[in-house]
Design a protein around this ligand. Sequence first.
Ligand code: XUL
Ligand code: CO
Length: 429
Amino acid sequence: MSTIFDALPRVPFIAPDSREELCFRHWRPEEVVLGRPMGDWLRPAVAYWHSFVGTGADPFGAPTLPRPWDDSMDGARAKAEAAFAFMERLGLPFFCFHDRDVAPEGASLREGVRHLDAMAEVLQAHMARTGIRLLWGTANLFSHPRYMAGAATNPDPEVFACACVQVRHAMEVTQRLGGENYVLWGGREGYDTLLNTDLAREDAQLGRFLNLVVEHKHRIGFTGTLLIEPKPHEPTKHQYDRDVATVYGFLARHRLLGEVKVNIEANHATLAGHSFEHEIAMAASLGLLGSVDINRGDPQNGWDTDQFPTNAQELVPAMLEILRAGGLGSGGFNFDAKLRRQSVAVDDLLHAHVGGMDSCAEALRWAARLIEDGRLETARRARYAGEPWTGTLADIADAALARDIAPQPRSGRQERLENLVAAAARPSA
Ligand code: XUL
Ligand code: CO
């Protein structure tokens, strides 16, 4: 079967000063960075939904991107063929998908399950042929109209049961395909208005659902990591998994700590009023860091624009936090990013991923340089060098009064530290 991507070249690795555009200048999976191959730190993945399902349609206009397959099983096979043709040429090691990206919904729940089983075999054959692996799978619990009031948090128990069908099956298919993680993004788990919403009830339902998912993971012996992907709003006005700290509270409340980590998306972090690095550092400090969805928003637009990252310097603080945390384990960098509506040339998708990949690779190198240099870590350690006082509140207060202490202000050295980061993240450095 021929596909729209067949004419694309295989992306080569070329020296940084080359004027060739479709090549990796910085992404070298074998290059050792801080004692580990770059490929192990980054573990990049192509997102099936944006790259092969998204059409460029928006609320104002029709599809623009050439994606010549329909929503039938034949269409799903043609799409898979094209997806792997593209991913082979790009040469990244992983991909990610939702059940509905790869297999059509069908006319009933049962038909949807049959479709996904059949497509899992198709994907398995492509994976075996190409060596491309599954970073994570997930279920789409937000597109079908039945989920308009949420999936696990839906007031209708039958909709909750539909979510059980899809998540059970998507997790089992992920396991069958050797997926290393399973993601739960709370697509419509939130509310549009408090006027019709029972917050306590919806929290209890979401907690129960997650407990059922964890129990099933252990029952089937799936060894991948379960990941919740926080997002503050869009599509609902208020999403329950709004940011990492909120997810931590939810996991603690429902006794799920140790069972679930987070998949942090750059553009979701900024929508929540945080920086990407804040969310990564928060997750690392709470023991929740799992994986990242790499993309960027637009500083002037207040929604999830899901653009490919192109600015390596901007990514350095996030990379630094990942390096400090010792990496992402079974996680990776999923390009949850899409082409702009006007990017209708077939090779635009290749340019997008090449630029995104090189930005991550360069940022990783620069962040590693900062760790090797050591001055940031030394400064941070020195800041906390004081020995904590022991005893009760009264003991500490009495001792302080007895010694009549007068601690002197010490500089936070912010500008000096920022200069160190800026210097390491300069191409000429
Ligand atoms: C939505 C989003 C999703 C998840 C997977 O904003 O990021 O694509 O990554 O459901
Ligand atoms: Co995402």
